[in-house]
Design a protein around this ligand. Structure first.
Ligand SMILES: [Zn+2]
Length: 158
């Protein structure tokens, strides 16, 4: 295990540009991201669906299936691309649909899982933006921000 880790570290570019080129395998960002995806839903299940929390947890894990929409993208995996607004099931149009599912008792657990998934991915995007301005400027979040600013009559510097 340790050998694999060190050989991976050695093969990547030197410090500095590395954080832009390839994300570290066990960075705080990765830990937080997967913690939110896999561990935090336990808390959500216990808080919102205490009587069926185990089932609720599994259903929320299953909502991770929306990441299958990444398969439509080219390249399929780009660590610095912000998924929010980019992939169809992560689009801004999907959010109100998921919010509606929240109102139906039958789909409530799924909706919590989906909305929390988008929240988790948003945290990851913002984290990337904090050290990669290109990522921010290329994101759909930035495009949406500009559209909203224009709608409000503000000037937008492209
Ligand atoms: Zn996702």
């Amino acid at each position: 295990m340790a050998d694999t880790a060190s050989s991976v570290t050695q093969s990547v570019a030197p410090r500095g540009p590395r954080q832009y080129a390839s994300p570290k395998l066990f960075s705080a960002q990765t830990l937080v991201h997967y913690g939110l995806h896999f561990v935090f839903p336990v808390v959500l299940a216990l808080v919102f669906f205490p009587l069926v929390w185990q089932t609720a947890y599994l259903i929320m894990l299953a909502t991770m299936a929306i990441d299958l929409d990444h398969l439509l993208a080219k390249p399929i995996f780009d660590p610095l691309r912000c998924s929010i607004g980019y992939h169809p099931l992560h689009s801004f149009y999907a959010v109100p649909v998921y919010a509606l599912l929240l109102l139906l008792p039958a789909t409530q657990i799924v909706a919590v899982g989906l909305l929390f998934h988008l929240f988790t991915d948003t945290v990851d995007c913002l984290w990337n933006f904090s050290h990669c301005r290109e990522c921010y400027l290329n994101s759909r979040i930035y495009a949406l921000r500009n559209r909203v600013r224009r709608l409000l009559g503000h000037e937008v510097v492209e």
